[in-house]
Ligand binder design. Structure first.
Ligand SMILES: [Zn+2]
Length: 481
């Protein structure tokens, strides 16, 4: 029997607000434990939450960018459970009336048609604190509770079970990750847990329309681990069923060291949490003006921009995809093109020299020492024939290290391309005179020797001779008997 996996993802994105969702405490990561707390996020009796307006703005933007309906009326609910990192005994979340519903994102795997993945809902909630085991100041060997993270704003984005493979799941996650970072509402840092995902996975016989029992894998925080965890889980469930067993509904943990998942606890249902509307928070009402305002503030979205790079600027699909991987790169690219309209040349430089230099230095594109107008000017000089592509790389390195305008560097270091045929002919004559044996070979029909001569002339000109002219003049001289 052949099996078909069915996958749905729940993604937690931590919002990049300065303060927490229901109090004014800072959300800065990595501070002294419990230094960013107050009666509200400590869950002290009588303390009342006040909703952070920025969180709502960010949620609306996320909803608009993922084609969701923004609810006019939404409600915060208490999700009740006990854990030491949750002093209130409940988490404030949303259940029946979330802020966004019924959205979608398109994904595309290489060589396949685009596929639409439904988004069931997006809701706002607070994060819990965290337990720290060992290495706790003041305790020799114990566990401590750090509530700095308690009350940090999260958006939970829940997909429909539309995904059919780990590759589709990763493609969806990457699209979503690009959107939230593009909007500037999440820093996207997966290692610090700012973007993490739970995967619901089941398998069913191909052709069946009855979903199998699903297992949930909790808190996976890298694209690579998501793929590994899903692939492992699919194989585990298939093997289990083929052995005559059945899948149990449960929550499982992925272990990156072994690449396997293991059971953590039996899966709870919504009713286990005794959800009820939070009496401390009034229902949230969002009027059309607010949504419209958020709409106006939205930047051009990555998918739209990608299409425009293809249709307006004539870029190949591959280039358009790479250049819209982040908003910073797309902005940099368009600024360059505004200065010099050779989009493909700018794209080539960005994807090769600039990317390499950024990777080597660990800098982000916003901190690129060569600014767009300078890169554009450099490419313009190549296009005009003022310098060769090879010399341009030397100029680029100089700009990267010491700054300066390309024109000035070329002048100062005498790198301008030599297109004076008299000067080039003089070099050619010398080279020919010194290599008569090779000249005879060429004249004897061994045309490959031409490359040898071009190399020598370019070297003698220290890379500055115009290569097209060198070829032309060399051929003329070599052919003359
Ligand atoms: Zn607080």
């Amino acid at each position: 029997m052949k099996f078909q996996p069915v996958i749905g993802l729940e993604v937690h994105t931590q919002l990049k607000t300065g303060s927490k969702i229901f109090c004014g405490c800072s959300t800065t990561f990595g501070s002294e434990p419990n230094s960013q707390t107050c009666p509200v996020c400590l869950g002290l009796p009588g303390a009342l939450p006040v909703l952070n307006k920025k969180v709502v703005e960010f949620a609306i933007k996320a909803g608009l960018a993922t084609n969701c309906i923004i609810a006019h009326h939404s409600v915060f609910a208490r999700k009740n459970y006990f854990y030491p990192d949750l002093p209130k005994g409940y988490q404030i979340s949303q259940l029946e009336e979330p802020i966004c519903r019924k959205g979608w994102l398109d994904i595309q795997l290489e060589g396949q048609e685009a596929k639409r993945i439904g988004i069931t809902r997006i809701h706002m909630e607070e994060d819990a604190g965290k337990l720290v085991h060992g290495d706790v100041p003041g305790l020799d060997d114990g566990s401590g509770v750090d509530l700095n993270r308690a009350c940090t704003p999260l958006l939970e984005v829940v997909s429909e079970p539309d995904l059919r493979s780990s590759d589709e799941a990763v493609a969806y996650l990457k699209r979503l990750h690009r959107i939230v970072t593009w909007l500037g509402i999440c820093d996207g840092n997966m290692e610090e847990g700012s973007f993490r995902c739970d995967a619901n996975i089941s398998v069913m016989p191909v052709g069946s329309d009855t979903l199998g029992t699903r297992a949930e894998i909790k808190n996976v925080n890298s694209f690579k681990f998501v793929k590994q965890a899903i692939d492992y889980e699919i194989q585990r469930q298939i093997a289990l069923i083929e052995d005559g067993g059945s899948v149990v509904q449960e929550t499982r943990l992925f272990d990156p060291n072994s690449g396997t998942t293991r059971s953590m606890r039996s899966k709870e249902e919504a009713h286990d949490y005794r959800y009820f509307p939070d009496p401390d928070l009034v229902p949230l009402v969002i009027d059309a003006d607010w949504v419209q305002h958020a709409h106006k503030e939205l930047p051009e979205l990555p998918e739209h921009r990608r299409q425009r790079f293809i249709t307006e600027l004539g870029l190949p699909e591959y280039d358009a995809e790479v250049l819209t991987a982040s908003r910073g790169v797309a902005d940099y690219f368009e600024e360059c093109v505004a200065f010099h309209h050779n989009a493909k040349a700018v794209s080539n430089w960005l994807m090769s020299e600039v990317t390499r230099a950024l990777n080597d230095s660990g800098a982000a594109i916003d901190a690129c020492p060569v600014i767009p107008s300078q890169l554009a000017e450099l490419i313009k000089m190549i296009d005009k024939g003022a310098i060769s592509g090879k010399i341009a790389k030397t100029v680029f390195e100089e700009m990267w290290k010491n700054g300066g305008e390309p024109q000035a560097i070329v002048e100062k270091r005498g790198l301008a391309q030599v297109s004076d045929s008299g000067a080039i002919e003089a070099i050619i004559d010398e080279v020919i005179a010194a290599n008569m044996a090779q000249v005879e070979e060429f004249r004897g029909g061994k045309e490959k020797v031409l490359g040898f001569f071009v190399g020598l002339v370019m070297k003698a000109s220290r890379g500055k001779a115009n290569p097209a002219l060198v070829n032309e003049l060399l051929l003329a001289k070599l052919k003359v008997q």
